[in-house]
Design a protein around this ligand. Sequence first.
Ligand SMILES: [Mg+2]
Length: 297
Amino acid sequence: MNAPTAQPALGLLLDVDGPIASPVTRSIAIPAITRDLVALAAAGVPVVFNTGRSDAFIRDEVVGPLIAAGLPAGARVHGVCEKGASWFSIGPEHSPGGMSEVQVDETLAMPADFAAEMEQLVADEWSDLVFFDRTKRAMVSIEQLTTVASAAYLARQRALDEQAMEALVRRGLGVRRLDDVRPDAAGEVQWRVDPTIISTDVESVHLGKDRGAERALELLDADGARPLAWRTVGDSRSDYAMADWLHAQGHEVAHVDVRPADGVPSTPYPVLTSATGAIHDEAGAEFLAGWAAQLLG
Ligand SMILES: [Mg+2]
């Protein structure tokens, strides 16, 4: 394709779980979301998904629906997964299934022997509560079974997190979990245990939504001009890191928070919330429809 030389008016950097995929079904449940994403991408709006999920999850839950909805060749659509550790391009010109080959930054991957130990630990001691996500290439993610009640999961999550921290410390590695910091002998911390309400991620401290934003810009620099302004969209406090990073790099950005009940922090850029009070993917759908109406008439 010929890279467009004009700068697009808008670029979108999107968290997936929450604003795009329903937090209940963990799939795109609102057809207008797929329709408007395709329309915006077809009009030249760069769209980058920035998620902690694996490429396999995005392939099944996002790429498939976009290709089925007619995403055209040459659209500037990319996936950045595992908080910046892996990435690929999306479109019908890529194969198989509309996805280019997945790239992985191996320097950010968990040690293979640690991942194997955690997988075995889950099988031996925790299989009534969680599953080990075998689709992750860099992170180790252990997720609540959907058959387990949230309160039951959260009551035992800390004990599992402790075992993950001990497994890293035993290897002479530095690890932190929130404000519990256990540096290595040199005072360094390489790894992070990040508990969420449905999972625990163990990952490089260099991974995060800011890292994903940086990767998104690299992908767009390779296929065309940078957008004049950005909208970042997310449902967690950690998603603000996308806008923090873009703003710090001098880009014009506003962040859409689709779950502002946690409280909206004070930021040096605008934070947008639904005018109708919509949350989760209903708010995501509302903003996408608004941008489509604004840009496509
Ligand atoms: Mg989310």
